[in-house]
Ligand binder design. Structure first.
Ligand code: IMP
Length: 192
């Protein structure tokens, strides 16, 4: 038993379930615990800046245990025809316009290329590190599916014919930006 404890700070049940499924699949004896907390997401020009800033804010209010890992994850949708918008502003754009608003912004665009990016910021014994994951894909012409959250109904990853919202967690995890960043973090944790 490796016995390493990693605490995922998020108020998003879907994100927690996705990461839980990944940790279980890796069968690595890591113990994933949920710090169910809604924190103020700092604005910034990059996901890494936002993730590190948000983690710093959360940690200043938590009493951390030595030899335990604390992480949060910040994601964004980068759309080529919109010069990377909404990118680091994805949360705000989702709250104000929703995925329907993104479809409206793209109504006359044939170029549907987009990518999801995810940055994990992890704290361990006084230091913070980041890990990044990306998945390229395209914005569909209509919203489809009822699974998942956020922009899932309009994002089709490369190599698939359906949106994230038409996939169950295991299927989404075969593609997901979050699985990619968290997997890199897990590799690092298992080697420390
Ligand atoms: P957050 O700041 O990481 O929570 O994400 C920024 C915005 O992107 C939020 O509106 C999320 O709902 C959305 N988002 C993050 N990850 C995903 C995902 O895996 N699928 C769909 N939308 C996502």
């Amino acid at each position: 038993m490796n016995g390493k404890i990693i605490r995922f700070i998020t108020s998003n049940k879907h994100k927690f379930e996705e990461v839980k499924s990944l940790v279980e699949e890796r069968n690595s004896d890591l113990e994933l615990l949920w710090v169910k907390l809604k924190y103020p997401e700092l604005q910034g020009n990059s996901l890494a800046e936002i993730a590190i800033g948000s983690l710093g804010t959360v940690l200043s209010a938590l009493s951390t245990e030595e030899n335990e890992y604390y992480f949060l994850e910040d994601a964004g949708l980068f759309i080529k025809a919109l010069n990377g918008f909404p990118g680091p502003y994805s949360s705000y754009v989702f709250e104000t316009l929703g995925w329907e608003g993104i479809l409206s912004l793209l109504w006359n665009k044939d170029d549907r290329d987009a990518e999801f990016r995810s940055v994990c910021a992890v704290y361990f014994n006084g230091e913070i590190r980041t890990f990044t994951g990306t998945i390229k894909g395209r914005i569909s012409f209509q919203g489809k599916g009822n699974e998942g959250f956020g922009f899932d109904p309009i994002f089709v990853p490369d190599g698939a014919e359906k949106t994230f919202a038409e996939m169950n967690i295991e299927e989404k995890n075969n593609f997901s930006h979050r699985v990619r960043s968290v997997s890199l973090m897990i590799d690092w944790i298992l080697n420390t």
